[in-house]
Each structure stands twice: as C-alpha cells, then as structure tokens.
Design a binder for this molecule. Structure first.
Ligand code: SAM
Length: 239
C-alpha cells in the first residue's frame, strides 16, 4: 500500500508517517545562538529517547519536584519557570531543533542546570523514558490546535493521552494545559472531564483562573492586546 503525503494546515507538506503525529517537522534556519546552544548545551543537558527508562534523580543528581513539559517551542516559559524555581527540576521535550537550541542557549546564558532536554516526540519520551507515578506536573502550553475538523485527530489531547499522562503523574500530580483556541479548550474539557482517575481543579468544572506560575509569553501578550482569550485547565491525578 502506498503512503499518502498529505498537505497540512500551515501549507507545509508532511512526510508520510504510520502513527498519528501531533506536530509537523518544520525546517528552520538555526541562528548563531541556537547553534551555540546545540553545540555546547546538548552534550551537558540533552537526553536521548534511545536510552530508554531513566532514573531522573540520578540524571539531575538530586531528588526534587519534577515537571515535564511537552512542546516548549522556543523555551521562553521553561527558562522563566526554571529560573524562578531553582529547587525544582524540569524535563522539556520539543521536536523543533531551533527551539531546542534556543532553550539550551538560554540555559547557558542564564547558568541554569535544572532542565534536561529531549529533541523528539514527547509521547514517545513519556512512554519509554519516564517511570510511572514519577512526575509532579505535566505542562502542555498552547499545543497546536489543528483547527480543521479533518485534522482534529492530530490534536495531542485524546483519551489515550489522558491515560498515558495519568500513569506518569504521581497521585496528586497535576496536568496543566493552556490554549488560546476556545474550541480546543472545549475539546480538552470533553476529554479530561470524563477521563478516569482525574479531578478537575476548577471550582466550576471548567477552567481555572490564570495561574501565576505560568509565565506570560510574548505571543500571549500580543493576543491579550488584540482581545484574544486564554484558557487554563488543571486536572489532578486522584487515582
Ligand atoms: C504552538 S507551539 C507552542 C510552543 C510553546 N509551548 C509556547 O507556548 O510558546 C506547539 C509546539 O509543540 C511542539 N510539539 C507538538 N507536538 C509535539 C510532540 N508530540 N512532542 C514534542 N513537541 C511537540 C511543536 O513543535 C511546537 O513547537
């Protein structure tokens, strides 16, 4: 059977794939700083999917509250959170190489050592590298909304995602999602409000107030000026 190369919503052409992927591999030129991040930061802070299950206490050299972030983009929020909480550890995963370089470069510039980075599909990392019941928080900030109905199946938030995340969170651990696309927020609510083993932390069973620990991104600030909304959702693992 021949594989189909389908055009995706941003006009790029996607490579054939067998499983559903929540991202498109974008080509992008690396800036000098991003290249520096990859050259000097990756050997210190980069981790490989192929190394399989990790003992993150050993990786970080300490036992500390642990946050896993999916799709950190250029790493602005990650850097801000890690700088504000040196007593906590962060594992960031992003498929876009220039973003990985940018985060690593930021770590070097700010002299941060409480972040480790994977450059591949975060779902594979969660599945293969992270022990069950080992995460305090899982962050999913502004995931690709996949606007068109025929692309909704590519949204990362699905029942299987909810179950995988539940397994990896400690009991009491929290999945925190944010989106600026109202229909995606509704979709997140539909999936998570019926997912077994979770409690919605919003008093009204919908969205929480903007949590102060989530840094405001440049993109979000621009959205606010244009009157766009942002929805934050928090679900706690209770079982
Ligand atoms: C819309 S951007 C948001 C970036 C960032 N969180 C922010 O708030 O600015 C979504 C990011 O998620 C990444 N992404 C999507 N699916 C992913 C996956 N399965 N594993 C790793 N990264 C993923 C994309 O490459 C993209 O950079």
């Amino acid at each position: 059977m021949s594989e189909v190369v389908e055009p995706v919503e941003d006009g790029a052409v996607e490579r054939p794939h067998r499983g559903i992927k929540s991202f498109v591999m974008r080509s992008g030129r690396m800036t000098e700083g991003q290249q520096r991040g990859l050259d000097l930061g990756w050997p210190k802070f980069g981790l490989q999917l192929e190394d399989g299950l990790r003992d993150f206490d050993q990786v970080f050299g300490r036992s500390a509250p642990r946050t896993f972030e999916i799709g950190f983009g250029m790493g602005h929020a990650t850097l801000e959170m890690a700088a504000a909480a040196p007593e906590q550890d962060f594992i960031g995963v992003e498929v876009h190489k220039p973003g990985v370089g940018a985060l690593l470069n930021g770590m070097l510039t700010q002299n941060l050592s409480n972040i480790r980075v994977y450059s591949c599909d975060a779902l594979e990392v969660l599945r293969d590298c992270v022990a069950d019941a080992s995460l305090d928080r899982l962050l999913l900030f502004f995931p690709d909304p996949w606007h068109k109905s025929r692309h909704h199946k590519r949204r990362i938030v699905q029942p299987a995602f909810a179950e995988l995340v539940r397994q990896k969170l400690k009991i009491g651990g929290v999945l925190h999602m944010a989106t600026d696309w109202e229909q995606y927020a509704e979709h997140m609510l539909e999936v998570l409000n019926v997912a077994p083993g979770y409690r919605n932390l919003a008093a009204d069973g919908r969205c929480v107030e903007r949590p102060s620990e989530r840094p405001v991104t440049k993109f979000e600030r621009r959205g606010e000026r244009l009157g766009h909304g942002v929805w934050d959702l928090k679900f706690q693992r209770i079982d």
